[in-house]
Design a protein around this ligand. Structure first.
Ligand code: NAI
Length: 692
C-alpha cells in the first residue's frame, strides 16, 4: 500500500480510498496503491464488496501529466482494471467532482459506477494530442455505444451525470458523501445478487452497432473535421473503431502502443507544453498568490466602437452587467446597434437561444458622457488610439471616477505609464489589451505599468479569467508582446514582395503552416491605418503606399493585396497587384528573384522569434511560454507547434541564429541580427524554456 491509497473497513465493505491532493491525479504511487490494495481486499475473507472512492473535491481527475515526459513505469491502468474485472466481489466506483482520462478508465474497470449529481465524465486525452491509453477506447463504446463514444473521445468534452445515466455510463445518481453512497450501493448489489459483468465482456451495445457502422464513420469524420490538421483525433477514431472487429485484449494492446507513439510525437509534446503554459501563466512574478483582489461588481466601457462593443459583450456573455459609454447619443446608438445585430445573428445561427441573446443584450446599458463611469469599480477605455485623446480621457476619469476603482486602457501600442502619469492614481491604472473580435478572441494582454499595484494586477487577471479570457501579464513597450512581434512578420512579408515573391505565394506558406497569411490579414485589418500613420511620421512602405494611393485599403474597399467579390471575404489573387509589385521593384532597382517555400517560412517566423527573444530578455514577458500563449490565443498560431518560442526550442536555437545571420545579411538590416540572448543560448546549447 502507499500513503495515497488506504483501505477503510465499513463493516465488511472495503473502501479503496484515494487521497492524493489536490485533484487525486493517478500518479505511479496511486496506481501501485490501487493494485496492492485490491490484492489485499481480494485475499481477505473479511470483505464482501469493494468501493473505489476519493477524498477532497474530486474523484481521480486523470493522469499525472508530468509523467508523460518520462518513460511511464510501474503499474498500469490495465493491470488494476484486470483485478477489478476478475473480482468475484462487486466493485463500485463512487464518483464525485470529475472522472477524466485515467480516472474514468479506472471507473470503467469497476462493475458498477454511481455518480454525484454534478459529477462530470470525459476522455480529454485528445486535447493533449493523445488517445486514451488505459482501455478507454474499448470500454467507453461498450458502456455507451460506439457512436457516442467516438464523438466524446474525439471532442474530449465531458458529459454530466444526467446524460451519463441516460447513456448507461453510470448506474445511479447519488447525493451526499461518496463513501456512504458507495457502501450503500455495494450492500444493495450484494443483497440483490446483481450479476457482475465487466464492461470488457458486455458487448450488448456493440452487437447493435455493425448496422450503425456508416453512422459511426460519419460522426467520426465530422468530429475530426472540427479539429482540423491534428493527428490525435484521427488516431482516436481509429482506436475506437477496433471495438467492432478486434478482440478486446488485442485492442487494448494496440491502444497502448498507439498511445506511447503519440506521446513521443511532436504534436502531443506541443499540446502538453500549452497545458503547462496556461497553468504557469496564472503565476505573476511579484504578486503573492494570496493577494486579495479588489471587489468588482460594476464595469464601465468607454467607447462603443469595434473594440468597446466586443469588450462589453464579453462581460455580458459572462453575466456581468456593463455600462457602455460614448461621447454622443448617435455614436452610442450605432455601437449598441452593432451589438444587437451580433446577438441576433448568433441566435439566428443557433449558437445561443433568442432568450439568451435578449438577456445578454439587456445586461449592456448605454450612457452618454464620461461622468456616467463615476460609480464603476472598473473602467475600460477603448477610445481612439492617439496619445492626446488617451491623456485627456484619463485625466477626466481621474476627476470623476470614485477612489479605489481600476482604470484600464485597451491601447494596442501606447505607453501605459505615460497614460497613468496623467492621473493622480497611477497605482490603479493598468492595460487590458483585448484582441479583435473581442467577444471571441481569448487573449487579453494585461499590461503592468511601472506603478500598477499588485492587488490591481491580481484583480484584473482573475476578472479576465472569469469572462473566459486567457490573461497574459506583459510589461510596457511599443506594441507589448503580440503586436511588437507581429511587426517583423509584416515587414518581412512586404520585403519579400519587393524582392520577388507574390502575395498569394507568401500567404500560401503561412496557411500551410496553419495561420492566416500576413497579407490577407493586412487586408482584413485595413491597409489605410498604417498608411495614415506612416504619412504622419514621414515613413514609407513602397508597395503598401502604392496600393493605398489606388484606394486599395483591403476588404473594406473590396481590394487590397487581393481583390474581393461583393460581400465576400475570400481573397482572390489580382494580376493588377502582381503588375504593381513588379513595377515597384523595378522603380527601386531591385532585381527580382525566386523564393522557395522554405525561405518564405523562415523569413515569416524567425525574425518574429528574434523579437520574442528580445522581449524575454527585457523582461516584457516573464517566461517564454507566456509569449507562446499570446500567439496561440491572440493570433491563431497553430497549437500543434506549441507557439513560436516552443517551436524555436524544437528547431534548435543554433539553427535559428544561423538563419537570422543570413537574413540580416541579405536584407542589410541590423535589427534582424540575432538578439544577444539568442546568441548566448545558442552558444550554450540552452533553450528559451530554460531562460530565467
Ligand atoms: P473605434 O474607432 O472603432 O472606436 C472608438 C470609439 O470611441 C468611437 O465610437 C468613439 O466615438 C469613441 N470615443 C472617442 N472618444 C471618446 C470619449 N472621450 N468617451 C467615450 N467614447 C469615446 O476604435 P477601436 O478599433 O474600437 O479601437 C479602440 C481602442 O482599442 C484603440 O486604442 C485601439 O488601438 C485598441 N484596439 C483596437 C483593436 C482593433 O483591432 N481595432 C485591437 C486591440 C486594441
Amino acid at each position: 500500500m502507499t500513503t495515497e491509497v488506504t483501505i477503510l473497513n465499513h463493516d465488511g465493505i472495503a473502501v479503496l480510498f484515494v487521497d492524493n491532493p489536490p485533484v487525486n491525479a493517478l500518479g505511479a504511487s496511486v496506481r501501485a496503491g490501487l493494485r496492492d490494495g485490491m490484492r489485499k481486499i481480494l485475499a481477505s475473507a473479511e470483505y464482501k464488496a469493494v468501493v473505489l472512492a476519493c477524498a477532497g473535491r474530486t474523484f481521480i481527475s486523470g493522469a499525472d501529466i508530468r509523467e508523460f515526459d518520462r518513460e511511464m513505469a510501474g503499474v498500469g491502468i490495465n493491470e488494476i482494471n484486470s483485478l477489478f474485472e476478475k473480482s468475484e466481489k462487486p466493485v463500485v466506483a463512487a464518483i464525485h467532482g470529475v472522472a477524466f482520462g485515467g480516472g474514468l478508465e479506472v471507473a470503467m474497470g469497476c462493475h458498477f459506477r454511481i455518480g454525484a449529481k454534478d459529477a462530470q465524465y470525459g476522455q480529454p486525452e485528445v486535447k493533449l494530442g493523445l488517445i486514451p491509453g488505459g482501455g478507454g477506447t474499448q470500454r467507453l463504446p461498450r458502456a455507451i455505444g460506439p457512436v457516442r463514444a467516438v464523438e466524446m473521445i474525439i471532442s474530449g468534452d465531458p458529459i454530466r451525470s444526467g446524460e451519463a445515466l441516460e447513456l448507461g455510463l453510470i448506474d445511479e445518481i447519488f447525493e451526499g458523501d461518496p463513501v456512504a453512497a458507495g457502501v450503500a450501493f455495494a450492500r444493495k448489489a450484494l443483497a440483490e445478487k446483481r450479476a457482475l459483468v465487466p464492461l470488457r465482456d458486455n458487448t450488448s451495445k456493440l452487437a447493435a452497432a455493425p448496422a450503425d457502422h456508416a453512422l459511426f464513420k460519419d460522426v467520426a469524420a465530422k468530429a475530426i473535421g472540427r479539429k482540423r490538421g491534428l493527428e490525435a483525433p484521427m488516431a482516436c477514431a481509429e482506436a475506437v473503431s477496433w471495438c467492432f472487429d478486434v478482440p478486446f485484449d488485442e485492442a487494448i494492446k494496440r491502444e497502448w502502443e498507439l498511445f506511447v507513439k503519440l506521446k513521443a510525437g511532436a504534436e502531443s509534446k506541443a499540446l502538453r507544453h500549452i497545458f503547462f503554459a496556461e497553468r504557469a501563466g496564472s503565476k505573476i512574478p511579484g504578486v503573492a498568490p494570496d493577494t486579495k483582489p479588489r471587489k468588482v461588481s460594476s464595469v464601465a466601457v468607454l467607447g462603443a466602437g469595434t473594440m468597446g462593443g466586443g469588450i462589453a459583450m464579453s462581460f455580458a456573455n459572462a453575466g456581468i452587467p456593463v455600462r457602455l459609454i460614448e461621447v454622443g447619443q448617435e455614436a452610442l446608438e450605432r455601437g449598441l446597434g452593432v451589438i444587437r445585430k451580433n446577438y441576433e445573428s448568433a441566435a439566428a445561427r443557433g449558437g445561443i437561444t433568442s432568450e439568451t441573446a435578449d438577456k445578454r443584450f439587456g445586461l449592456i446599458e448605454g450612457a452618454v458622457g464620461i461622468e456616467s463611469s463615476a460609480e464603476a469599480d472598473l473602467v475600460i477605455e477603448a477610445v481612439f488610439e492617439t496619445m492626446a485623446v488617451k491623456k485627456e480621457v484619463f485625466s477626466k476619469l481621474d476627476a470623476v471616477v470614485k477612489p479605489g476603482a481600476i482604470l484600464a486602457t485597451n491601447t494596442s501600442f501606447l505607453d501605459v505609464d505615460a497614460i497613468a502619469a496623467t492621473t493622480s492614481r497611477p497605482q490603479d491604472v493598468i492595460g487590458m489589451h483585448f484582441f479583435s473580435p473581442a467577444n471571441i478572441m481569448k487573449l487579453c494582454e494585461i499590461v503592468r505599468g511601472d506603478k500598477t499595484s499588485p492587488d490591481v494586477l491580481a484583480t484584473v487577471v482573475s476578472l479576465a479569467k472569469s469572462i473566459g479570457k486567457t490573461p497574459v501579464v506583459v510589461g510596457v513597450c511599443h506594441g507589448f508582446v503580440g503586436n511588437r512581434m507581429l511587426l517583423p512578420r509584416i515587414q518581412q512579408a512586404s520585403r519579400m514582395l519587393l524582392e520577388g515573391a507574390l502575395p498569394q505565394q507568401v500567404d500560401a506558406v503561412a496557411t500551410k503552416f496553419g495561420m492566416m497569411g500576413p497579407l490577407a490579414m493586412g487586408d482584413l485589418a485595413g491597409l489605410d491605418i498604417g498608411w495614415r500613420s506612416r504619412k504622419d511620421s514621414g515613413l514609407t512602405s513602397p508597395i503598401e503606399d502604392a496600393l493605398c494611393e489606388r484606394g486599395r485599403f483591403g476588404q473594406k474597399t473590396g481590394a487590397g493585396y487581393y481583390r474581393y467579390e461583393n460581400g465576400s471575404r475570400s481573397p482572390i489573387p489580382d494580376p493588377e497587384v502582381d503588375a504593381l509589385i513588379v513595377e515597384t521593384s523595378r522603380e527601386l532597382n531591385i532585381t527580382r528573384r525566386t523564393f522557395d517555400d522554405g525561405e518564405i517560412h523562415q523569413r515569416l517566423i524567425y525574425p518574429l522569434i528574434n523579437e520574442g527573444a528580445r522581449i524575454l530578455e527585457e523582461g516584457i514577458a516573464s517566461r517564454a511560454s507566456d509569449i507562446d500563449l499570446v500567439w496561440l490565443h491572440g493570433y491563431g498560431w497553430p497549437a500543434r507547434t506549441g507557439g513560436p518560442m516552443f517551436l524555436a526550442d524544437q528547431i534548435g536555437l543554433t539553427e535559428i541564429r544561423n538563419a537570422l545571420y543570413a537574413i540580416a545579411e541579405a536584407d542589410k538590416d541590423e535589427l534582424l541580427r540575432p538578439a544577444p540572448v539568442l546568441e548566448r543560448l545558442a552558444e550554450s546549447g540552452g533553450t528559451f524554456a530554460s531562460f530565467k
